[in-house]
Design a protein around this ligand. Structure first.
Ligand code: ATP
Length: 590
């Protein structure tokens, strides 16, 4: 709820019209809900007439028979109201839930296809809250606010008409006094809402510190920050409390004001109307009906003003959701994609590749990069941090397109292939393997949904995943926890290698882990990898000595340029930068 209040509002309530396409599948339910809504509003208004009958014919004429009839009418109306309310609430709320679910699905399906560069400029956490919080706001509108607004408008109009019919004199009095009362209540209401928002923000800061301190409890305790952090926390709590208390004061005043206005008006109406009853100008029943309608009208004005803020908030939410839906993927399939005929070992040619990230347009990350990798060749890439090695992998996978130059696989520019066709040929083993919530087997099969269990098992065996999975009670079905936190770094690395084995790629892109593997698992994984590299072309970002020394050809990168290429010994003798990197490697390995 806090989050819902925090979201920005939009003045353009009309934007909510764009929810309509999402409601199309539920036309029947909406029609049913509208019928129920009209029925319940009419019944609510008829209660006033029921009240009039009850008083004028039941009480005033001392007739038990008439009283019984009037009560029967009341019970009938109540039953109708209950049924109508059930149908309306059920239909409207379920349509709201369904529409929100549809929007969530559509937005996620759209966003998940956007180019990775989009996420450089848009925070994943913001997109997350659009898909969860903003859709909930839209759901509130479809599932309650819209129907509430409609029902109250209906009651407002009907109530005013019936008030005028019941007593013209009293109606005119109310219509003159009401705007003043409503205006002052709205003014206070706005102040309360503003303070509520401030209070939520304060509370959010409190929450941030709780999660930051508690999720890093070891660092907090090792740094002996418990007392200091508690004091910092207490300050934030105090700030939130101050605002909350101010809100409580204003709110208490608002409640008193509402009571005063409502019951003051009530007393005035009874006084003026009561005199008319005494004079015989109107009946007690008519007065009661009038008071009833006046209350209904006041209630509906209050409800509509509340709903208006909700509508604005939902309009803001819809604006943000539409913005996401309107974002076009920049990396797209060509209109007539070519198909790679070869499978297995492919030839990679990189031609005068230039690249800058859109978020940092003045930094040239790759400059005039040209090289070839022969089918089945295994090359190592080395270079200082930030040299552009991982960026090259990103371009090979077409997460980004080059600013100039091109990459060809077996002579075909990768932009001429479909994204799925290109990526089907490539397996990437990143330095920090990414695991998803689920079992070890599911994580391995992530790259090939529908793979047979035997295939998954074989890959797991080859990457020495079974070596640790078999010691766990559920074996390959062991859950890895959110983000794979229940596995060690080395185990995660092996799962990532198993994925590559299962995929049987034509091109293996391996960003070596520097330290995740112990000597023994490193040996086994290395063996598994060398079996894999025999059947495909591979490019390895090499951090480790073994790869550097065994590689037949090493590409040396610096600041986005290919500085040199050759074997370990060739480069050691002719490149100062390489010799320095190698020296560091040797020292580390030693
Ligand atoms: P390391 O060995 O440390 O992983 P690297 O050689 O793989 O380094 P890259 O990750 O390719 O280097 O980064 C090359 C340059 O591009 C760096 O200067 C980095 O700051 C920048 N860079 C990387 N990713 C982005 C991004 N998404 N947006 C903007 N700049 C980026």
């Amino acid at each position: 709820m806090e989050e819902l209040i925090d979201r920005e509002v939009s003045r353009k309530v009309s934007i909510l019209g764009s929810v309509l396409p999402f409601l199309k599948p539920y036309k029947k339910q909406i029609f049913g809900a509208l019928c129920a809504l009209v029925l319940t509003s009419m019944v609510t208004l008829m209660f006033g007439q029921g009240l009039r009958l009850l008083i004028d014919q039941g009480f005033s004429q001392d007739s038990a028979g008439l009283l019984g009839e009037a009560i029967l009418v009341f019970v009938g109306l109540t039953l109708l109201l209950a049924m109508g309310a059930f149908v309306r609430f059920y239909l409207v709320t379920s349509v709201g839930e369904r529409a929100a679910a549809d929007i969530r699905n559509q937005v996620f399906a759209h966003v998940v296809r956007l180019h990775p560069g989009f996420f450089d400029e848009n925070l994943a956490s913001e997109i997350q809250s659009r898909i969860t919080t903003d859709t909930t706001l839209v759901q509130t509108v479809v599932g309650s606010s819209a129907s509430l607004a409609l029902r109250n408008t209906f009651i407002l109009v009907g109530g005013v008409v019936l008030m005028l019919v019941s007593s013209l004199k009293l109606s005119l009095m109310v219509l003159v006094a009401a705007p003043v009362a409503i205006g002052s209540i709205l003014l206070f209401g706005r102040r309360v809402r503003g303070l509520s928002r401030d209070s939520q923000t304060g509370l959010a800061q409190v929450g941030t510190q709780v999660s930051e301190s508690l999720s890093n409890i070891k660092v907090v305790q090792a740094s002996r920050r418990e007392a200091l952090d508690s004091r910092r926390f207490a300050k934030k709590v105090q700030a939130a409390l101050d605002i909350a208390l101010l809100r409580v004061r204003v709110r208490a005043f608002l409640i008193a004001l509402v009571m005063l206005v409502v019951f003051g008006a009530f007393a005035l109406m009874l006084w003026v109307g009561g005199q008319d009853v005494i004079m015989g100008e109107t009946t007690a029943g008519e007065l009661a009906a009038f008071v009833f309608y006046a209350f209904m009208v006041a209630g509906s004005v209050g409800a509509i003003s509340e709903v208006l803020t909700e509508l604005q908030r939902a309009a803001g939410a819809m604006e943000r959701l539409l913005e996401l839906l309107a974002s076009e993927p920049e990396i797209k399939d060509p209109v007539h994609p070519k198909v790679l005929t070869s499978s297995g070992k492919v030839r990679i040619s990189v031609h005068h590749l230039n690249f800058r990230y859109a978020t940092r347009p003045d930094v040239e990350v790759l400059r005039e990069l040209s090289f070839e990798v022969q089918p089945g060749e295994q090359i190592a890439i080395v270079g200082p941090s930030g040299a552009g090695k991982s960026t090259l992998f990103d371009l090979l996978l077409r997460f980004y397109d080059p600013c100039a130059g091109c990459i060809r696989i077996d002579g075909v520019d990768i932009r001429e292939l479909s994204l799925s066709g290109l990526r089907a040929h490539i397996a990437l083993v990143p330095q920090m393997p990414v695991l998803f919530t689920g079992s070890i087997a599911e994580n391995i099969a992530y790259v090939r949904p529908g793979a047979k269990f035997e295939e998954v098992h074989a890959a797991a065996q080859a990457a020495h995943v079974t070596a640790f999975a078999d010691t766990l009670p559920d074996g390959l079905d062991t859950q890895v926890g959110e983000g794979g936190t229940q596995l060690s770094g080395g185990q995660r690395q092996r799962v990532a290698v198993a994925r590559a084995m299962l995929k049987r790629p034509s091109l293996l892109l391996l960003d070596e882990a520097t330290s995740a593997l112990d000597a023994e698992s490193e040996y086994f994984v290395q063996q598994a990898l060398s079996r894999l590299t025999e059947s495909c072309t591979s490019m390895v970002i090499a951090h480790r000595l073994a790869t550097v020394r065994d590689a037949k050809r090493i590409l040396l990168f610096e600041s986005g340029e290919l500085l040199d290429s050759g074997s370990h010994f060739e480069l050691s003798s002719r490149s100062e930068l390489y010799a320095r990197l190698a020296r560091l490697q040797f020292r580390q390995a030693a």
